[in-house]
Write a protein that binds this ligand. Structure first.
Ligand SMILES: Cc1cc2nc3c(=O)[nH]c(=O)nc-3n(C[C@H](O)[C@H](O)[C@H](O)COP(=O)(O)O)c2cc1C
Length: 167
């Protein structure tokens, strides 16, 4: 099909996406020189059976080539873990990351939730690559969530009684 749509102004696309509130994750993996991580908010669940999740990784990120074909862990951050999000977005010394000892795939210590994945499929996503992982392990704890919207971090309190029945 011919591509007849004029490309949107990248600033306008960014402005729209800034209005889409997300959680914040650090995707961790075994790098060339030990455990590494990258902050990512383009994370979503894909399928329950088989259990699949997706991340979208910028081609220019260091982790892009290192993550390919490798297991990874999505660490969903809690409200008090903003400094880790800053650290793994490329600001050295913003935080002192601690790692869970004995985890098969490198994992942060005490994230709000973690989802460990084996590589399943990858797809071209323009200047990103979409990586789908098959869930191989997971866990969670109580606590408030770290959020990202309007180009700012925020928090969302844990609360009982949601709309689970609608989903
Ligand atoms: C809130 C937030 C969300 C981000 N989401 C993504 C993302 O979904 N995918 C991505 O490739 N980079 C994302 N980034 C940028 C990476 O965290 C950043 O490029 C990082 O330096 C990559 O690390 P690396 O180059 O060591 O792999 C995000 C940054 C922030 C602050």
């Amino acid at each position: 099909m011919p591509d007849t749509l004029a490309p949107p102004d990248p600033g306008a696309l960014r402005a729209c996406m800034a209005r889409f509130a997300t959680g914040v994750t650090v995707v961790t993996y075994d790098g060339d020189d030990g455990p590494r991580g990258a902050t990512m908010n383009s994370f979503t669940s894909v399928s329950a059976d088989p259990p699949l999740v997706l991340i979208s990784v910028a081609r220019r990120a260091r982790c892009h080539d290192q993550l390919h074909g490798k297991p990874f862990c999505v660490n969903i951050l809690g409200a008090e873990q903003e400094a880790l999000a800053v650290q793994f977005a490329g600001v050295p010394d913003a935080a002192e990351p601690r790692w869970t000892s004995g985890a098969g795939v490198p994992r942060l210590d005490n994230p709000l939730a973690w989802i460990e994945c084996a590589p399943w499929r990858s797809y071209d996503g323009g200047d990103h690559t979409l990586l789908i992982g098959r869930v191989t392990g997971l866990g969670h704890r109580d606590g408030d969530a770290l959020t990202y919207a309007w180009s700012r971090f925020g928090t969302l309190a844990e609360s009982a009684g949601g709309i689970e029945h609608l989903i």
